[in-house]
Design a binder for this molecule. Structure first.
Ligand SMILES: NCc1[nH]cc(CCC(=O)O)c1CC(=O)O
Length: 313
């Protein structure tokens, strides 16, 4: 019997919170099991001065964790589903998708209530092309400035007056007990979330049946269905996590309602479409939505984004 589980984790407060959360849940579920954290740095944590979109490469935040599992230095890794590439290296798999926190983007400001209130020329901080694209499309009079760093750093930059408002995932703030910093939740109609936003996933070695048994009770079927539909859309568009793509699924009874968006980072052109269908066909629906967006010209938009990224690196 497995006596010990080692969780590979990044060292940011949010990553540690997420790993500790899974550690606690595993210990509650399996009395006697010892669960340890194995903290490590990833490329995405080390390169702090470059906008994420320009560093390029999928899985900026996960590779080191995966190597640790493959080398047997750790057994599982807890990830924000949003940061996970759609494909896994041979020998590893995404086994568990846990219950979802609020998936919406949060508007955080010390002076304004929401995006609609921001005056001409107000400066909004985000490093996400998805958020930039949607804000610029609907509020062309606002200025977007890159905002990097962990959640605490981003809030400090706002408080220092570098920005009039910043946009962050609500889930990260809530998990860090910074939910009181959320000025308002941005409706998904105004900022369609990234695929998997707010959900945690657990990766393990494909041949580790004992570990899968221990993880099974953490599986959330509803979240799994939603996130698999969203990820299938991203996969169909061949999109990594640093791209102007939104994908958001909800369950309506036995049906999945999936909305997708692909847009130019400056909001000049934004494609939107949606599909509905049986939850049992979640991934097929994601692929279908990707196809529909491709027919509208998604590939042209995305390849222009990739070209401008690689010319910077
Ligand atoms: N890209 C960074 C990132 N990855 C996961 C989260 C937290 C939200 C989540 O659990 O999806 C964040 C912060 C943010 O986008 O504001």
């Amino acid at each position: 019997m497995t006596q010990r589980v080692r969780i590979a984790t990044r060292k940011s407060k949010l990553a540690l919170w997420q790993a500790e959360h899974i550690q606690q849940r595993l210990e509650e579920l399996h009395p006697g099991l010892s669960v340890e954290l194995v903290p490590m740095s990833t490329k995405g944590d080390v390169i702090l001065d470059t906008p994420l979109a320009k560093i390029g490469g999928k899985g900026l935040f996960v590779k080191e964790l995966e190597v640790a599992m493959l080398e047997g230095r750790a057994d599982i890794a807890v990830h924000s589903m949003k940061d996970l590439p759609v494909e896994f290296p041979p020998g590893l798999e995404l086994h568990t998708i846990c219950e979802r926190e609020d998936p919406r983007d949060a508007f955080v400001s010390n002076n304004y209530k929401n995006l609609n209130e921001l005056p001409e020329g107000a400066v909004v901080g985000t490093c996400s092309l998805r958020r930039r694209c949607q804000v610029k499309e609907q509020f062309p009079h606002l200025v977007i400035k890159d905002l990097r760093g962990n959640v605490q750093t981003r809030l400090r930059k706002l408080d220092d007056g570098e920005f009039d408002a910043i946009i962050l995932a609500a889930s990260g703030l809530i998990r860090l007990e910074l939910g009181d910093r959320i000025t308002s939740f941005i409706p998904v109609e105004q900022s369609l979330p990234a695929n998997g936003q707010g959900a945690l996933g657990i990766e393990c070695r494909s041949d580790d049946e004992e570990m899968k048994g221990l993880l099974a009770p953490l599986q959330c079927q509803e979240t799994r269905t939603r996130v698999l539909a969203e990820r299938a859309m991203n996969r169909g568009l061949d999109g990594g996590c640093q791209v102007p793509i939104g994908a958001y699924a909800e369950l309506e009874g036995d049906e999945v309602y999936l909305r997708g968006l692909v847009g130019e980072p400056d909001g000049g052109k934004v494609l939107r479409d949606e599909v509905r269908g049986p939850a049992s066909k979640a991934e097929e629906l994601g692929s279908e939505l990707a196809e529909r967006l491709l027919k509208q010209g998604a590939a042209e938009i995305l390849s222009a984004v990739y070209d401008s990224e690689s010319s910077h690196s």
